[in-house]
Design a protein around this ligand. Sequence first.
Ligand code: PSU
Ligand code: MN
Length: 322
Amino acid sequence: MKADAMEADPKALRISPEVEAALAGGYPVVALESTVLAHGLPRPRNLEVGRELEALVRAGGGVPATIAVIDGEPRIGLSEAELERIATSEDVRKLSTREIPIAVAGGLTGATTVAATSFLAAAAGITVFATGGIGGVHRGEPRDVSPDLTELTRTRILVVCAGAKAILDIPATREALETLAIPVLGWQTDVFPGFYSRETGERVDAPVESADEVAEVWRALRSTGIPGGLLLCAPVPLEEELPASEVKEAIDLAISTARTSGVRGKQLTPFLLRELTAATGGATLSANIALLRNNVRVATEVAVALAGPDQPERAQRSAREC
Ligand code: PSU
Ligand code: MN
């Protein structure tokens, strides 16, 4: 099966000159998500984190491509001013894949979720994408299942994340990944991590020890013709971990507040994240930032491994020249 993105009109995407040059030269490129900036982290930390993550990709020898829709244009790689707009403007929507055409037709500005970022990154020819945590199966009935999961069944993308957050139903999320036939790798672990915490009681499909090993699985995914993407889960660094028991109460409270206030649909995840940040103070925020940094470092290593041995130095040179 050909990915839908293969049929996209290349003119429908605006790729920044730097990202375009990197892709044309086969240099390592790492896609970055914008919903985490616009709706997942509090201001003003969100803008600082957005800048820092881009800088981390560069420090690792890659070229960052933060993705968003700006005035109806899907953008792959943002300028400093555009990144600031996504992080600070009041009028930034949350866009999953289904909402991209609506934003494009309406000339709207929005931040892209894991699903939408995956789709646009793959359409632009990017393989590796770093985020914080993926969406999954929410608790309660009727089941609210993030399109992040289904996007991975049809889009060729390697997503690096810290697992799924405990605001979700973790066993159901892990089960859904299995049902949807999405390979789940663990970065130097066989545990499926739980965002703030390293342990969930769930397992990955296979541990991987190095970026080269990830690259091998990626190439095998492509050569076997199995459709869709791959999830690489990197646990939050040990010193920054928040044990699940320390956030459980705040999570249970946030979920019951959402229920009693009738918050559902696409508002649910941002609502729970805001409630949680407010309830736990800086604790969840610093763990969140630590795991984002870690995922970006791992993703850059993987992108460098996929680009081949002589690429990192050339990428740094090209980044300096831009
Ligand atoms: N999980 C987090 N932080 C986030 C998100 C998820 O820990 O910011 C964001 C991501 O952009 C993810 C989206 O793709 O929420 C999932 O939203 P939904 O459940 O509505 O699909
Ligand atoms: Mn949903």
